[in-house]
Design a protein around this ligand. Structure first.
Ligand SMILES: Nc1ncnc2c1ncn2[C@@H]1O[C@H](COP(=O)(O)OP(=O)(O)OP(=O)(O)O)[C@@H](O)[C@H]1O
Ligand SMILES: [Mg+2]
Length: 286
């Protein structure tokens, strides 16, 4: 029995039937990854998680695996009960995801640190879809390759999301073309808008602050697209039982499998989280 409250299928404008489409699907994991600092991992992770929840595709959980804790800060400033929040480390992630699955979570959004380490590889190993945000700048584009190697090395479906684009700038379409040589580019560009930053400082999102704004529309449309991609990856791949998800990892990372899930290690979820009594608290101390 879930011990946290869920908003009642509040549907944001223009969300269509995305929630319905995913309603009966098993739990899906979306990982936001990019070696480049500041590309928009945390911003897109938080904004899209809330939109997924608003669209009725939840219950949704957000998971912060970044020691910087930006997503945690956002969530701690948040008044709403949803999405559920968990801060964890890769060693505990498998157990944590299993627990989220058991508790009926449908979608998990995982934020990661700006790195291309074996840790990132192991987190990506749990993904059903990897979103790689990239600003339309030469630095971001150059940095994409290393992240791409990790994701492709594990055979994971990926989507590039062009973020913080300047409206009508040629470099935005150039960046999309360059990225499309390496993988699918989301057909929705997220533009540079102060709404994104200001809403998150207050623990909120653009959909909650300004539901009729362009920024809210962009996130709504991007979520619709990602939800459709999740549906597609489901049809394309023979999905293994969730518990074995990371067994699909490639052989690329030396330490794969060296950090077994700690059986019996109590997961510790958000203050409005769920679990078996006092072992569940706000976050696991890193
Ligand atoms: N589309 C956007 N419009 C305006 N500001 C943005 C946008 N996307 C991100 N930002 C801002 O850029 C900064 C970096 O974004 P964010 O923290 O999401 O990147 P990140 O990839 O998570 O960074 P890190 O790699 O350090 O974790 C933040 O201040 C955020 O508010
Ligand atoms: Mg971040």
């Amino acid at each position: 029995m879930l011990r946290y409250s869920l908003r009642n299928s509040e549907v944001a404008p223009g969300t269509g039937n995305v929630g319905d489409a995913l309603a009966d699907a098993p739990m899906k994991v979306i990982v936001f990854s990019s070696q480049k600092g500041g590309s928009g991992k945390t911003t897109l992770c938080g904004q899209l998680a809330v939109q997924a929840d608003l669209s009725g595709a939840g219950p949704v959980a957000v998971v912060d695996t970044d020691p910087q804790g930006s997503l945690s800060q956002w969530w701690n400033a948040r008044e709403s009960d949803t999405p559920l929040f968990l801060k964890t480390q890769v060693e505990y992630l498998r157990n944590d995801l299993e627990q989220l699955h058991r508790q009926g979570i449908k979608l998990v959004f995982i934020d990661t640190p700006p790195a291309v380490t074996s840790i990132i590889g192991r987190i990506v190993g749990f993904a059903d879809l990897v979103v790689i945000p990239a600003r339309p700048s030469p630095h971001d584009l150059r940095a994409v390759g290393a992240t791409l190697d990790i994701v492709e090395g594990q055979g994971k479906p990926l989507v590039f999301a062009v973020n913080a684009a300047t409206p009508r700038a040629q470099i935005t379409s150039d960046a999309a073309v360059a990225l499309s040589q390496h993988g699918t580019v989301a057909p929705v560009t997220i533009h540079q808008r102060t709404d994104f930053a200001t809403s998150m400082v207050q623990g909120r999102t653009v959909m909650e602050d300004k539901p009729d704004s362009r920024s809210a529309r962009e996130i709504t449309e991007l979520w619709k697209y990602l939800a459709s991609r999740l549906g597609r990856t489901d049809r394309r791949t023979q999905r293994l039982p969730f518990v074995g998800a990371d067994q699909r990892q490639g052989q690329r990372f030396e330490d794969r499998g060296r950090a077994p899930a700690e059986a019996g290690q109590p997961a510790r979820f958000g203050r409005r989280g769920f679990g078996n009594g006092p072992a569940f608290s706000r976050e696991r101390t890193v």
